[in-house]
Design a protein around this ligand. Structure first.
Ligand SMILES: [Zn+2]
Length: 329
């Protein structure tokens, strides 16, 4: 819960700490960005620094009464709202409004952090908007969400927007190597899949993940010679493993992308631990064949995002990877 622990968000931290030092922190802030890049930690670090009675510069001391309460999750003026199930419910916002009718309980500022604000439906959003329209005294409200378009424009326009950026692959890999002692190839493989989210990369178990990825790619390698029945069994197994489906399609996508890249810019191969297999696949497959395969994977990813039945989308993808279906729309 300190600014120093947040990696790769120098710009956001600089903006916030400058406001803090000048005592000009906006009453309403909106932190946007993907999960796992430090929005919530930053919000808490900010709340702590605001109320720390021993602050040195922008850093909270972590030992004063206020800091200790914040660290243990018992600070009465640090209110964190997160989805109750899939959504932030209207009752949660109503109870917040009741709390806000009173002054902060302690001497400092009250900070309300609303995590995953994109999960508010219309009623809850409108209730939050009312709060933002008449901001209570000595209170700061921090909303976190994926992107500004997830919220009512009227909410966005009342907040100071701070964008948190996805981290580059190399940066995530460096952190994994330094903090978890991973070898560079494993760190890079995990970093690629994390798509900019350090949190996601750190929560993956490399001992499980690396063999899973290798097995998946071996399986993909045998698709052209598989029977249709075997392909449908494979598609079904992928579809059933819902939690891993998005990752699996990313792995397959990057694999074909690497094989294509190998023909033109081998130095840009991302799966650095699989260069030998990538080189031999690159000799076997033409550019046209590779583009068809990449298109097939993209089409499946898009279809699943549009809530097409995953098993059907994967069956079509397998057929196209095998070469049985041409360039379907
Ligand atoms: Zn303190």
């Amino acid at each position: 819960m300190s600014f120093e622990s947040i990696i790769g968000q120098e710009r956001a931290i600089r903006l916030l700490t400058r406001m803090l030092l000048n005592d000009r922190l906006a009453h309403a802030l909106l932190f946007t960005g993907i999960d796992g890049i430090g929005r919530q930690t930053t919000a808490k670090a900010l709340a702590m620094a605001l109320n720390c009675t021993n602050r040195v510069g922008v850093s909270a001391c972590k030992v004063c009464r206020s800091c200790k309460k914040a660290i243990s999750g018992n600070h009465p003026d640090l209110i964190i709202i997160k989805p109750d199930g899939a959504f932030i419910k209207i009752d949660q916002v109503r109870s917040l409004r009741n709390q806000l009718r009173f002054a902060p309980l302690e001497k400092g500022r009250r900070v309300i952090i609303i995590n995953d604000a994109q999960t508010m439906k219309a009623e809850a959003s409108n209730a939050i908007l009312k709060i933002l329209e008449e901001p209570p005294k000595d209170t700061h409200i921090i909303l976190t969400t994926l992107q500004t378009m997830d919220l009512l424009p009227t909410i966005v326009s009342r907040c100071q927007h701070i964008a948190f950026r996805p981290l580059p692959v190399a940066k995530i890999a460096d952190v994994l190597t330094a903090r978890q002692g991973l070898d560079p190839d494993t760190a890079t493989a995990l970093a690629i899949l994390a798509k900019g989210s350090l949190g996601k990369a750190q929560s993956a178990d490399p001992k499980k993940w690396m063999p899973w990825r290798r097995h998946l790619l071996e399986r993909i390698g045998s698709v052209p010679t598989d029977s249709i029945h075997a392909l449908f069994v494979f598609a079904d197994a992928l579809a059933r493993d819902k939690d891993k489906l998005e990752d699996a399609l990313d792995v397959i996508n990057i694999w074909f992308r690497d094989i294509l890249m190998c023909k033109f810019h081998p130095e840009k191969i991302l799966n650095t631990d699989l260069v030998d297999s990538i080189e031999s696949a690159s000799e076997e497959l033409s550019v046209e064949e590779l583009l068809k395969k990449i298109t097939a994977v993209f089409a499946a990813q898009r279809a699943i995002l549009r809530h097409v039945n995953p098993r059907l989308a994967l069956e079509v993808m397998m057929m196209r990877l095998r070469g049985d279906l041409g360039a379907l729309a």
